[in-house]
Design a protein around this ligand. Structure first.
Ligand code: SF4
Length: 630
């Protein structure tokens, strides 16, 4: 029971980073202003929901759209509409649940009726089901045709009773969506308006259908923030109740802490997926760095961090100090416990291959790490063996990541890398594209002709600013592809080698093949992206370097002393500028937005070029991770 007064929380509360919940109460400094990108995202989501709700309701008899702004009036009208048995209530607001500290505004409330039972026009014997509108997909193609289990309703009949199975699709079970539906269900229950027939909720996705979810089906894993989650999977309702209660406790503890500094806080900064867009990120980042927090490492989340701490590993320095060799033996699944038991009474000079002669793979791994005789086993670190064996096979990797992160060099060569290499060409082209959810509007390339004494890299771009991006992307890609093919053919006709580089083939290649399908160029493009002429620099970097940090271009290009002209190098401003570049009523603003995007794109391709030159030169002097201090 929470004793302090808590403002009712909305549906996002159960999904929020607990530290954020805490800082929203404590407010230790001014939060950063929301980024224009985030505001654009909110606005796009809001517009989409608004349009969709209106569109949904236009074709539904008995639908009621709540249009007033005042929260109390919205609540009242929503309750009136449900009491009157409206088939759908759009844009409503449910009464505040003061006891549960909840408030919520579901996009749609859909009347639920038993198709076999008598219709109840007043809706009193029936009840309502929550449906939320999302800007993402809700369906996946079934693994085998005809085996899908999705239950969907169409736009013109959004009720559950009208839902039918879609054997070609499975519903996407997104935790965030389900927690939101569970939040609305609790509010409906409190208001006495929840359907007594079933506990389901719907998500209207970008496919234009509502996918229905059983909120009582145990199908979700507990979040890592829950310290002692029950064994097994949880239903959306169970998980929601736990998550919401956890954040309420964090919130209440923070309020008590304000009243009495001795009252303990329940959350702390832990790096998570929400950090990049969080208004407290500067405050948290400073503290995470100050304590060398384990969550700064890629792959160390809340649960792994907790496990390390319970084993006495408090920070990155502690992790870096663990014995890598023993952890590597554990990764290789060498049964050290059994082996040590077997050699207990044997002379030190006994070769291990006489102890476990049939375990060839284990012997190979032992030998590769310098363990040939019984005496060598004295090098096994018992602390790692006894305390950290339960961490799993990634322990040795994370020890190296920690060493790289706390070591003096900005990057290290991976264990097995003797000399850093990168494929080079006489003619090199760095490629980067820019896209929105609707398509790809720019292909930029930097050509470097290394056959001349002092190459002067040349930037070329193929852009479309056509607001009809579906059509425009074909024109832009056609131009780019024809130019790239000509450059390649010209180089190869001279007997010169040609290489084109991207940073993460998933992005560029994904769009290339998708658009090539539309243009009938798929075979040509497939031949190119599977040839040695097409190089993913991210793969080159990841397989040879270790930094203990992210491996995105924005993190690796600065290793080559590359700096972007724009302060905002997260790619978010490009999306914000795109709207203006494509469709601004002010021609000067439109030209300026286009100029900004092209400059940003040019810097990205110059960054990959700089990174390649660095890999092929100064990076060779990087120390091996084996020399990083442990
Ligand atoms: S920066 Fe990260 S850890 Fe800190 S409050 Fe935000 S999301 Fe939570």
């Amino acid at each position: 029971v929470v004793s302090v007064e808590i403002t009712p929380r909305n549906a996002s509360f159960a999904k929020a980073c607990p530290q954020r919940v805490q800082l929203d109460v404590l407010r230790p400094c001014e939060p950063l202003p929301p980024s224009p990108f985030l505001e654009k995202l909110f606005q796009a989501g809001h517009d989409y929901e608004g349009e969709t709700c209106a569109g949904l309701c236009a074709g539904v008899e008995g639908a009621r759209v709540i249009e007033v702004e005042d929260p109390d009036a919205r609540e009242w009208q929503t309750m009136q509409a449900m009491s009157a048995g409206a088939r759908v209530v759009a844009g409503g607001r449910l009464p505040v649940d003061h006891e549960g500290h909840r408030v919520g505004e579901p996009d749609l409330l859909v009347l639920d009726a038993d198709p076999g039972g008598p219709a109840d026009a007043a809706g009193s014997a029936c009840g309502y089901l929550p449906v939320d509108v999302k800007f993402h997909k809700v369906l996946d193609a079934a693994r085998k045709p005809g085996t899908g289990r999705a239950l969907v309703s169409c736009l013109d009949a959004p009720s559950f009773a009208a839902a039918s199975p879609d054997p070609e699709h499975d519903a996407r079970w997104r935790v965030d969506d389900l927690l939101q539906l569970a939040h609305y269900r609790r509010l409906l229950e409190q208001a006495g308006c929840a359907s007594p027939l079933r506990n389901v909720g719907g998500i209207y996705g970008s496919e234009g259908v509502i996918a229905w979810y059983d909120l009582d089906e145990p199908c979700l894993d507990p979040s890592e923030y829950l310290v002692a989650p029950s064994a097994g999977r949880l239903s959306a309702m169970e998980l929601y109740d736990l998550e919401f209660a956890h954040r309420l406790a964090v919130h209440a503890a923070a309020l008590e802490h304000i009243g009495s500094a001795a009252a303990p806080l329940l959350a702390e900064p832990i790096t998570c997926r929400q950090c990049d867009m969080c208004q407290w990120r500067s405050w948290c980042a400073e503290r995470l760095e100050a304590v060398a927090d384990l969550s700064l490492l890629p792959g160390v989340g809340v649960a792994r961090r907790r496990l390390y701490k319970s084993n006495g590993v408090e920070n990155l320095q502690d992790l870096a100090a663990l014995d890598w060799t023993t952890a590597e033996l554990l990764r290789c699944k060498v049964d050290l416990v059994d082996l040590r038991a077997q050699v207990r009474d044997l002379p030190g000079s006994t070769p291990l291959d006489t102890v476990i002669p049939k375990r060839k793979k284990q012997l190979e791994d032992l030998a590769s790490l310098g363990f040939a005789t019984v005496a060598d086993l004295a090098g096994v670190d018992l602390e790692v063996l006894d305390r950290h064996a339960g961490v799993g096979s990634t322990l040795s990797t994370q020890i190296e990541l920690a060493r790289a992160r706390v070591g003096p060099s900005p990057a290290y060569r991976r264990h097995e890398v003797e000399r850093i290499g990168v494929p080079r060409g006489d003619v090199e082209v760095d490629v980067d594209m820019e896209s929105t959810n609707d398509g790809c509007y720019l292909w930029g390339a930097l050509v470097t002709d290394r056959r001349v004494a002092t190459p002067a890299p040349r930037y070329v771009s193929f852009a479309t600013w056509d607001p009809d991006l579906e059509a425009g992307e074909l024109v832009a890609f056609k131009g780019f592809w024809s130019w790239l093919s000509d450059e390649r053919a010209r180089a190869e006709s001279d007997g010169s080698s040609f290489r084109a580089y991207c940073y993460s083939r998933n992005a560029e290649q994904g769009h290339m093949t998708r658009i090539a399908d539309r243009l009938g160029l798929r075979d040509e493009v497939d031949r190119f992206v599977t040839s040695e002429a097409w190089v993913d620099l991210l793969e080159v970097v990841k397989t040879q370097l270790i930094t203990g940090r992210g491996m995105g271009l924005k993190e690796t290009a600065p290793l080559a002393s590359f700096a972007w002209r724009s302060d905002d190098i997260g790619g978010q401003s490009a999306l914000v500028n795109y709207d203006s570049a494509a469709d601004d009523t002010d021609p000067a603003a439109q030209v300026e937005a286009q100029r900004w995007i092209l400059e940003y794109n040019e810097d990205d391709v110059r960054a990959t070029a700089a990174l390649r030159a660095w890999l092929d030169g100064p990076a060779r002097a990087l120390p091996s991770i084996t020399s990083a201090p442990g």
